[in-house]
Structure formats: structure tokens, C-alpha cells
Design a protein around this ligand. Structure first.
Ligand code: ZN
Length: 434
């Protein structure tokens, strides 16, 4: 096997691991659970703020559907925090309470739109259900929560035939209240406790034990390689499980030299981050301070560590589109498999500035991978991510980066095999910096 072939095999294996992780992570809750078990295998242990920490310790903190992990390097209080922030939620459809509807001999579920999905991509797809179920606990304020994933294709949102909607190809407005009710079966009458019975069977409990649930629909088609050289990957939820996975696996693989390396995977980025599990919460800042106290440091140590810290906000980026090149800026046109993308915006909807962008470019060059830049067209507003929200509470230098993908927020997004490996290499290097 030549070196080039060996490298191709290694890139493919890394992308396969990403696709397998995404498949096992239909919602943020499953993603947090999967990341926690991956970290557990790499020696990360649940963090207990009452117990002291020392160099070499690796900690793990679940906070609802958010997940935080850290590793303590040499002389940790003299270094700073090396932080990577990502999000583990994706836009989609959330099942409403009391959602079962009977019409035209079909049982349907009414749904609400979560975040900003490309809604037309949700039609004519085999859909599955996943999320969490809340069961009766020993006390009213402490119910039991279980994750659930009904992996078989169970639902579909059918389009209207072209013969009945001759203007469909001229653009169809998607009306969520009328059009986003997936069919779950055929029936003449509405059965009692339809979802409760399905969930109870999956969990091995009685339907009466189910108090409530948060259920998302998701594409049951797994991600795949494509392209002449299998150089592309097409998968649901690349935004942002791609970066949540890259950051976590990089932390698990890195040998930190000094300071404290941290990965923070937040939920609810797609709906603005202003929740308990979102990047707007003070949870991360409090956690970092508690880690410093567990190392025998003080609040003063914590504040001076912030002055020596750096944040990489990692979320997918837009690649120039093959059929819509006009949506890209004239000179900043990231290509798939062209390497990690630094995101810039005058509005500071991305945190990057010249100094932090240069720092990230230097990391890419040290890792031997190319690096690209994204900036919105001057007449387009573009998106944002966790970086600007995090730096409100953690005023540290930060850069916004991602991998270039097509069709962001589609039910199936397309990215590059080489980009995933490149980002992994750069983030591993970041965690190894003194
Ligand atoms: Zn994102």
C-alpha cells in the first residue's frame, strides 16, 4: 500500500466514523449520549466539583442535552483555556403535544418547526422518530427521563402530484400548519394513546407510565459517500454534528501540554441559544471556574486564566454552490475539500478578527492543511453561531471556523471527506498548543 493510498484509507475511515456517529445521534440528546460514551472510552470520567483535580485528569459533564468535556494539562493554572465550542442540535420538525390527527383515512402527527430547516426537503422522505420520554418517577419534580429512537421508517410527508399542482416547479410556499403533518398510518378511527403505546413498546414500559415526551422527526436514510472518488459525504445533521464530533474526538486524541483543554457542545443553537442548555447560559463560565477551584486555584486564578485563553467556535460553513455561484462573495469562495473555513463578518455575527484568523491560519499551516475564508456577499445577511454568544460571557479571543458544505439546513447536507480529516488534525493541534 502506498503512502497516498494509506492516507486515503485513513481519511475514509474518519469520515465513516463521523457518518456512524451521526446515524446514532438523531437528536441532541442522543448526540450528547454518544459523545459521552466516546469520551468515557478515552478515559474521561464524570466531573465531581467536590473532588480535587490534577494534571492528567479528564472530566465529563452532562447538562441536559448539552455536553462538556475537559482535560487538565501540565501546570494548568499557569496556562489558559483552549476551548472549542460547537452545537449538537439541527433544524427539523418537533412533534406537538396531542399531535394525532385523523383525516382522509390517514393518521397524521401535527408538528412544529424547530429552527430554520429547508422545509421542502422534508417531503417524500422516509422519516423516523427520536427524542426523549419522561416517565413517572419517585417524586413529582424528579420524573425519570429515557432516550428513545424508533429507527424504522415510520412516517412520510407526501407531496402533491404535479398533475394537481401544475405550478409546483415554479416554487411552492410551505405552510407548516397545513403541510407539515407526516402520515404515520392508515385508519378509520383515531386510536387511543397511539404514540404512548409505540414509545412504551420501545422502552418496555406500560403506556400509563409515560407522562410526556420531546420527539423529533428525522430522515431515516443513513449518510453515504458519493462522487467519482467517494470524495463527498451526504448526510442529515452534518450541521453541526460534524464539528461536535471532530472537536470531541480531537480532544480525546490530543495530548495536552499546558492549561486546560475544553469542548463545549451546546443544544438550541438553531433557536437562538437562549436556554439552559444553550450557549447563552452562564453554565460554561461557571463550570470553568469550578474546574479552577477543583485544581486548588482561586477566582483570581480563573480570571487571569481567561486572559490567556482562546476559543474556536466550530460550526459548518457555506461552500460555493455548483449551480448558484452568484450567492458567494467575489473573492472568498470556499470549496468542498479545500480545507477548514474561517468565517468573517463586519457585523461580528462571527467572532473572527484579523488576529484570531491569523492564529487559526497558522495552526492550519502547522497541521499541513489548506485553509479558506468565508464572508457574506455585501447584500446578504448570512447566519451566526455559538461564538458571538459565548464571548459575551467569556471575553476571550475567538475565531469562527467550519467545514464547507452545500445545502446547509437541508434534511441532507453534503460535505467533504478530506475536510473532516483536516479539521480533526487542526483541532488536535490546537489542543496540543502551549
Ligand atoms: Zn450550525
Amino acid at each position: 500500500m502506498t503512502d497516498a493510498t494509506r492516507q486515503d484509507v485513513s481519511l475514509r475511515r474518519q469520515a465513516e466514523e463521523l457518518l456512524a456517529f451521526i446515524r446514532r445521534s438523531p437528536t441532541a440528546w442522543q448526540a450528547a449520549g454518544q459523545l459521552a460514551s466516546l469520551l468515557g472510552e478515552a478515559g474521561f470520567r464524570p466531573y465531581d466539583s467536590q473532588r480535587p483535580l490534577q494534571t492528567g485528569d479528564r472530566g465529563l459533564v452532562g447538562h441536559g442535552s448539552a455536553l462538556f468535556a475537559f482535560s487538565v494539562g501540565d501546570n494548568p493554572l499557569a496556562g489558559g483555556f483552549r476551548l472549542v465550542g460547537a452545537h449538537n442540535d439541527s433544524p427539523g420538525l418537533l412533534v406537538k403535544p396531542n399531535s394525532v390527527v385523523l383525516s382522509e383515512g390517514c393518521l397524521k402527527l401535527s408538528t412544529e418547526v424547530y429552527g430554520g430547516p429547508l422545509l421542502h426537503t422534508w417531503f417524500d422522505r422516509p422519516l423516523a422518530l427520536a427524542g426523549r420520554v419522561v416517565l413517572t418517577g419517585s417524586r413529582p419534580l424528579e420524573p425519570e427521563t429515557r432516550l428513545v429512537s424508533l429507527e424504522r421508517p415510520l412516517l412520510i410527508i407526501p407531496n402533491v402530484a404535479i398533475h394537481m399542482n401544475r405550478t409546483a416547479n415554479d416554487g411552492t410556499k410551505v405552510e407548516p400548519q397545513k403541510m407539515l403533518l407526516p402520515v404515520i398510518g392508515l385508519a378509520d378511527a383515531k386510536p387511543d394513546q397511539l404514540l404512548e403505546r409505540l414509545l412504551a413498546e420501545a422502552l418496555g414500559v406500560m403506556p400509563e407510565a409515560i407522562l410526556d415526551y420531546d420527539l423529533f422527526l428525522h430522515d431515516s436514510t443513513p449518510g453515504t459517500f458519493l462522487g467519482l472518488e467517494d470524495e463527498l459525504i451526504a448526510s442529515p445533521r452534518l450541521d453541526n454534528l460534524g464539528l461536535a464530533f471532530a472537536a470531541t474526538t480531537a480532544l480525546a486524541a490530543a495530548e495536552p501540554r499546558s492549561g486546560i483543554s475544553v469542548v463545549a457542545c451546546f443544544d438550541h443553537e438553531e433557536i437562538g441559544s437562549q436556554t439552559r442548555e444553550g450557549a447563552h447560559s452562564l453554565y460554561l463560565r461557571d463550570l470553568l471556574e469550578k474546574i479552577v477551584l477543583s485544581l486548588g486555584g482561586s477566582r483570581r486564578d480563573f480570571l487571569s486564566m481567561l486572559e490567556r485563553s482562546f476559543l474556536v467556535s466550530a460550526d459548518q460553513a457555506h461552500a460555493v454552490h455548483p449551480n448558484f455561484g452568484e450567492y458567494a462573495d467575489a473573492t472568498n469562495r470556499p470549496r468542498i475539500n479545500g480545507g477548514p473555513v474561517i468565517k468573517r463578518a463586519a457585523s461580528r455575527s462571527y467572532t473572527s478578527d484579523a488576529a484570531t484568523a491569523a492564529a487559526f491560519q497558522a495552526l492550519c499551516s502547522q497541521a499541513g492543511v489548506p485553509c479558506q475564508t468565508f464572508v457574506n456577499r455585501s447584500d446578504l445577511r448570512g447566519g451566526s453561531t455559538v461564538g458571538p454568544v459565548l464571548t459575551e460571557h467569556l471575553p476571550i479571543p475567538a475565531v469562527d471556523v467550519g467545514n464547507p458544505i452545500w445545502a446547509m439546513h437541508s434534511i441532507c447536507e453534503t460535505g467533504g471527506v478530506a475536510d473532516h480529516a483536516a479539521m480533526l488534525a487542526v483541532l488536535r493541534l490546537f489542543f496540543s498548543q502551549d
